[in-house]
Design a protein around this ligand. Structure first.
Ligand SMILES: O=C(O)CCC(=O)C(=O)O
Ligand SMILES: [Fe+2]
Length: 202
């Protein structure tokens, strides 16, 4: 191992079993990553996420957006959403993610966390609308945040940091066997944008 080289080994599986998670580290230089952050901030149709849970109307602080090859419609937590057509930058980022992950994607969910007060609770992206055990490519721009995996039965945990301009790929049984979350943090004051490129079954 080269202790002086901070580039992560992208072929290393971060999970001990039951799935594959590869961290590619920074794909973009700081200036390029900052450029994508600014453009996405301005051009994406950000909206507060809404849900109806146990009869309650919930509006998240975090903002979201959904884009895709077609106007896919998708229902979760009793709220239906329709995918918007790709923007120029999303198509560029989709192509880069596809080349890196060695697969194709047809949709992207975006999340905007304004600061460390906003995060995402444990869940897995295993909805029926997603192709089972298909790869999910996760690009991060802006503030560095901690990310955690927890095994559904053994409760083992794996933690890592998602850097500005970095790529994480989750595949195989990851969504079936593991949960993941983005914990809140008292030390983060800056915003972060996350893109997860996915494959919907159509
Ligand atoms: O913000 C992140 O890094 C994760 C987002 C996520 O898990 C999701 O959108 O399903
Ligand atoms: Fe997720």
């Amino acid at each position: 191992m080269d202790l002086f080289n901070s580039t992560p080994d992208r072929s290393q599986n971060l999970l001990p079993h039951d799935g594959t998670v590869n961290y590619y580290g920074k794909l973009f230089q700081q200036s390029e990553a900052d450029h994508y952050f600014d453009v996405l901030m301005k051009t994406i149709e950000w909206k507060n996420d809404e849900a109806f849970i146990m009869g309650k109307h919930i509006v998240t602080k975090r903002k979201v957006a959904w884009y895709g090859d077609e106007a896919y419609s998708y229902t979760y937590s009793n709220k239906s959403k329709t995918a918007l057509p790709w923007t120029k930058e999303l198509l560029e980022l989709k192509k880069i993610s596809e080349e890196q992950a060695g697969t194709t994607f047809n949709s992207c969910l975006l999340n905007l966390y304004h600061n460390g007060d906003e995060g995402m609770a444990y869940h897995s992206d295993d909805e029926k609308a997603l192709a089972k055990d298909s790869a999910i490519a996760s690009l991060s721009f802006g503030a560095e945040r901690r990310f955690l995996f927890k095994h559904k039965t053994t409760k083992e945990k794996v933690t890592l940091f998602l850097e500005n301009g970095s790529l994480l790929v989750m595949k195989d049984e990851t969504q079936t066997k593991w949960l993941h979350r983005l914990p809140t943090s008292k030390k983060v004051y800056k915003p972060r944008i996350n893109l997860t490129f996915r494959t919907m079954v159509v």
